[in-house]
Write a protein that binds this ligand. Structure first.
Ligand code: NCD
Length: 336
């Protein structure tokens, strides 16, 4: 695809070569994300960061990624502080805000809303999550993480074995990830969820049509024995009619160190888009996994910066200039 000026709304836009391109630009971003070097390549540019649903990592990492490239961020969070509560349409909001920004990231509770917004926007729009539909940048950072993790263990994305666990019906991260994975070869995907929260059939069919093996299960321990990746997800309580309904499913698939040791292969990578629900009644990834070197959740969040920087650089067409406007950092850095 042509990235310059493009909206990023769905992973269906990408072919395998596009993914490779995003990942090679993400690799270039590492010294900037690690604060070894500074670049001001987007100096003067403004990101409109519009999040109409709760968000920590996606919102902050999009903002930091833009800042790390030298750009400025203007943020709107929640409907209450926006004129949408006065009845303003997405069309009008998009016309107005796209006059103030060079690029917009948006999260909204309704499926399809970000695409509708993009249709009226005068600048590129990145989907930061539209209801239960998609979360393309998360899927890209997940795939980037999977690639790095398995490469370190001598495997590649082709032939990958992955178990996706939890709320596969409403979880937009797994919807985007499963579609992105279908671009690779000979995958074995095990979909583990309560019966009522199974992966929508269209995504399962899409993967099968692409020649991959798909297994559906409602049993955790029988499903995680022979996989490279365990990708756990949160019950998406905000998509249920009532929290009582979500209570039926919370805590159904808990992974802790004892279960990991007993059932998983020793090198199985543990992932989660976060937030993990750490309340006692859910505790989907126990904190006793924090010392497990295969817990990749914070490598995922770190990689999110690289992938989001890559998207900005590609869409705003400055990849070739990043290096030109770079210099070493001049402040004290504790971490590496
Ligand atoms: C996810 C989301 O918002 O879809 N979070 C994220 O962006 N990393 C997953 C979730 O909220 O459960």
């Amino acid at each position: 695809m042509k990235f310059a000026g493009a909206h990023i709304l769905s992973v269906d836009q990408f072919e395998r070569a596009d993914i490779e391109q995003i990942f090679s630009v993400a690799d270039i971003m590492e010294p900037y994300a690690l604060r070894r070097k500074v670049t001001r390549v987007l100096e003067g540019a403004i990101l409109g960061n519009m999040f109409f649903e709760p968000s920590t990592r996606t919102r902050v990492s999009f903002g930091c990624a833009f800042n790390l490239l030298g750009g400025e961020v203007r943020e709107t969070t929640g409907f209450k502080s926006s004129a949408i509560t006065k009845g303003e349409s997405l069309y009008d909001t998009a016309r107005v805000l796209s006059g103030y920004s060079d690029i917009i990231c948006m999260r909204h509770p309704e499926s399809g809303s970000v695409a509708e917004f993009a249709g009226a926007s005068r600048v590129p729009v990145i989907n930061g999550g539209d209801g239960a539909n998609e979360h393309p940048s998360q899927a890209l950072l997940d795939l980037y993480t999977i690639r790095k993790e398995v490469r370190d263990k001598g495997r590649s994305l082709d032939g990958l074995r992955i178990a996706m666990i939890g709320d596969l019906k409403y979880g937009r991260t797994v919807h985007s990830l499963i579609r992105l994975l279908s671009l690779f070869k000979d995958l074995q995907v095990i979909l583990v969820s309560p019966d009522a929260l199974q992966m929508p059939e269209e995504h399962v069919e899409h993967l099968r049509q692409a020649g991959h093996q798909v297994l559906v299960s409602s049993d955790l321990t029988n499903s995680i024995g022979h996989v490279d990746i365990v990708y756990s997800t949160r019950i998406q309580e905000e998509r249920f009619e009532s929290s009582d309904e979500a209570d039926l499913y919370r805590g159904r698939f808990r992974l802790n160190q004892a279960i990991y040791t007993q059932y998983c292969e020793p090198n199985t990578v543990i992932m989660h888009p976060l937030p993990r629900d750490s309340r006692a009644e859910a505790n989907e990834l126990d904190s006793d996994l924090n010392q497990n070197p295969n817990l990749a959740i914070f490598r995922q969040t770190d990689n999110g910066l690289l992938v989001r920087m890559a998207l900005f650089a590609l869409i705003l067409d400055v990849v070739d200039q990043v290096e030109l406007s770079s210099r070493p950092v001049n402040w004290y850095r504790q971490r590496e």
